[in-house]
Design a protein around this ligand. Structure first.
Ligand code: NAP
Length: 287
């Protein structure tokens, strides 16, 4: 069997077009939408991701605002930059680009974001709403995974889904979103202490890998006919590498996402959708 390739280009393009329409409708109501990014330091991969987010925002009619701090910025300086974005009326949503340099406290930074401007959906209040399946900006990568599966009509209802990785950013929120009654998947979350990772992975109808460990998952991790979603993106000398050995797994799976060009574009589209959501919520006085 050779797997169907589930690229992110088409579903992300459709979602971005939808966002552009929502932004145009907001403009008719006198609301201009502004998405800011706060980048601390000079990590080249983060700078590339921020650049992609700005370009996509502008294409959707969203004003793009770029704020940067030096790699040695103190936590107080980061706090002050976040406070300024919280106050800025031109900024209707913003993100703090992760990862932050090691000396900074990520949880403290995320908690300081006004939840009404939380474009990544990572503030504890929005994560809480997500747990309850209430309307809120959703973490962009997990919602991008779900939207891609929806687009390609990969049903999750009643399926055994194994997620490799339990980070706050990807694995854990995705596991909760999949286990909601509205999705009804049976979810297993694997991590570095999981015994027999290959055996657990082989039990999956749908295997989602978000470990940041290039080439971790080979053909022996995949049941024949499973759907495989590779969230991993690690910068290597040979370019961006996923967590899945694509050449092996493509022979076992029924469908697989590529790296690059799979979940990456979905994450950006999800961020723009959150930005539109937050502007609409502010317009409608929801919060
Ligand atoms: P993270 O915070 O480092 O978390 C990685 C998770 O994977 C942890 O739970 C870790 O287990 C687990 N893990 C790592 N190596 C493992 C192994 N050998 N066996 C089993 N579990 C293992 O990373 P993240 O932020 O979730 O990101 C994961 C990957 O997704 C990275 O490559 C990142 O670049 C990529 N990513 C891509 C997008 C996109 O848009 N495409 C967006 C976000 C992230 P422990 O908890 O036990 O340490």
């Amino acid at each position: 069997m050779t797997a169907r390739i589930l690229t992110g280009r088409e579903p992300a393009g459709a979602q971005r077009a939808e966002v552009a329409e929502r932004v145009a409708a907001l403009a008719v109501d006198g609301v201009s939408v502004g998405l800011a990014t706060l980048l601390v330091g000079d990590d080249p991969a983060s700078a590339v991701y921020v650049g992609m987010k700005h370009k996509a925002a502008v294409q959707a009619g969203i004003k793009s605002i770029d704020r940067r701090l030096n790699a040695d910025a103190s936590q107080d300086e980061v706090d002050a930059a976040i406070d300024a974005l919280n106050r800025d009326p031109e900024v209707t949503a913003f993100i703090v680009q992760l990862p932050l340099p090691r000396h900074l406290d990520t949880d403290r930074a995320l908690l300081r974001i006004d939840p009404r401007k939380d474009a990544d959906g990572l503030h504890v209040l929005n994560l809480g709403r997500m747990v309850l399946d209430l309307p809120a900006p959703r973490p962009a990568t997990p919602s991008g995974v779900l939207r891609l599966l929806d687009f390609y009509e990969v049903g999750v209802q009643g399926k055994d889904v194994v997620i490799v990785g339990r980070s706050q950013l990807v694995g854990r929120p995705l596991s909760i979103m999949l286990s909601h009654k509205s999705r009804n998947a049976t979810v297993t979350v694997a991590h570095s202490a999981t015994k027999d990772l290959a055996g657990v992975a082989r039990s999956a109808d749908i295997l989602i890998v978000a470990a940041g460990s290039p080439g971790l998952v080979g053909g022996d991790y995949v049941a024949p006919g499973a759907v495989v979603v590779d969230v991993g993106t690690t910068k290597t000398d040979a370019g961006l590498a996923g967590d899945v050995r694509f050449d092996e797994v493509v022979e076992a799976a029924s469908a697989i996402t590529p790296v690059p060009g799979g979940i990456g574009p979905m994450t950006i589209a999800g961020l723009l959708a959150n930005t539109a959501f937050l502007a609409e919520a502010a317009r409608d006085g929801v919060w």
